[in-house]
Design a protein around this ligand. Structure first.
Ligand SMILES: [Zn+2]
Ligand SMILES: [Zn+2]
Length: 272
């Protein structure tokens, strides 16, 4: 992030680093974590995403994601996968193009069936690789934040996984939202609901003893989003840090707030 000006409204992903940083950060966060096994598995998938993106020929995401999937299934470290995930990997290797297309279509349409969630870890990983490659090749001068839906990714219209506030710009810093699919970052006004745009009934929750992370909760639509404060935790990687802080989701979920879940935890009950 060092070479990018603080005030950039849109930042496209760096394919050389995005998945490696996620994987490394998540491995650090997994140490001693109550979800250690799950987080290490996802870190292994992210490392495979990095390798897959490196060798991926350019093309439209709808075409290249299956190449990415094959590369991920071939390179993910089986020693870090639980038995069930190893079985899912083998099923996906044998799946027909039609089955794979149906899985991708269901995820992209937000219509995931209960029996699909285990396979979707790998499918989502491959879609992220394909969409990140596509986003990285765009000219950022041509990418505009939507006036109608400023809380959705200006490249692929997916919801953000979280927001990050960095120092600079004004004394309060800027918030950038991070796309859950293509890893694009875009600026979004602070203390403004990412779901409905309301500014007047927004309040914050945090886990006791944690200062680098808060949930921005909106009384108007009962939605929430996570905000990370880089000043207090330099190494934050929002996708990894989101997975390692699911306790905050449980806390605000009990109060009745909801959001679009991190795509790697679809179907575990945090999604509404
Ligand atoms: Zn996106
Ligand atoms: Zn709202």
């Amino acid at each position: 992030m060092g070479e990018i000006a603080d005030g950039d409204p849109v930042r496209l992903p760096d394919p050389a680093t995005v998945f490696r940083q996620r994987s490394q950060r998540l491995l650090v966060l997994s140490e001693g974590h109550e979800l250690q096994g799950f987080l290490r598995m996802i870190a292994a998938v992210m490392a495979a995403q990095h390798a897959a993106l490196d060798g991926l020929p350019p093309g439209a995401p709808d075409d290249v994601w299956r190449d990415a999937l094959r590369a991920i299934l071939d390179t993910v470290d089986p020693a870090l996968l639980p038995d069930a995930a190893r079985q899912v990997r083998d099923e996906l290797k044998a799946a027909s193009p039609e089955e794979l297309k149906a899985l991708a279509d269901h995820f992209l349409a937000g219509e995931v069936a209960a029996g699909e969630t285990a396979r979707l870890v790998f499918v989502v990983a491959a879609l992220q690789v394909a969409w990140t490659q596509m986003a990285a090749r765009l000219d950022k001068a041509n990418v505009r934040i939507s006036e109608q839906h400023p809380g959705l990714c200006p490249v692929c219209a997916s919801p953000p996984v979280a927001g990050v506030i960095e120092p600079g710009g004004t004394k309060f810093g800027h918030r950038h939202l991070h796309c859950s699919l293509c890893a694009t970052q875009w600026r979004h006004v602070r203390v403004r609901c990412v779901h409905c745009g309301s500014t007047d009934k927004v309040s914050f929750r945090q886990i006791a003893g944690t200062t680098y992370l808060r949930a921005e909760c909106c009384e108007s639509c009962r939605g929430y989003s996570k905000v990370f404060y880089v000043e207090k935790a330099r190494a934050v990687e929002p996708f990894a840090d989101d997975l390692a802080s699911l306790g905050l989701d449980l806390m605000v979920g009990e109060e009745g707030f909801s959001r679009v879940a991190n795509p790697f935890v679809l179907g575990d009950g945090t999604e509404h």
